[in-house]
Design a protein. Sequence first.
Length: 104
Amino acid sequence: MQQESNLFSQRQGEFITLGTGTSVGIPIVGCDCEVCQSPDPKNQRGRTSVYIGAPEGGFLIDTPPELRLQLLREHIPWVHAVLYTHSHADHIFGLDDVRISGYR
């Protein structure tokens, strides 16, 4: 439990945008536009999600389908709560990735 407390104090106050893409992510499959064909890593954007670190633990705004990859990329091992903005698939289909959060 002490290790968990230390992690929260280190992550408190963080606001991390995990994804800033469209409802299908960017690049879009089959799209030939300049952005989708760009080699720039800034144009590799997953669907929208945000992590906010707080003293009591971290929470997410939305859980897109690629949430697991987003959490791994940002080294976020635990999520204690989720706030959903609405119930479209691109905002809720990553919920199962939260279930295993912090599992040992």
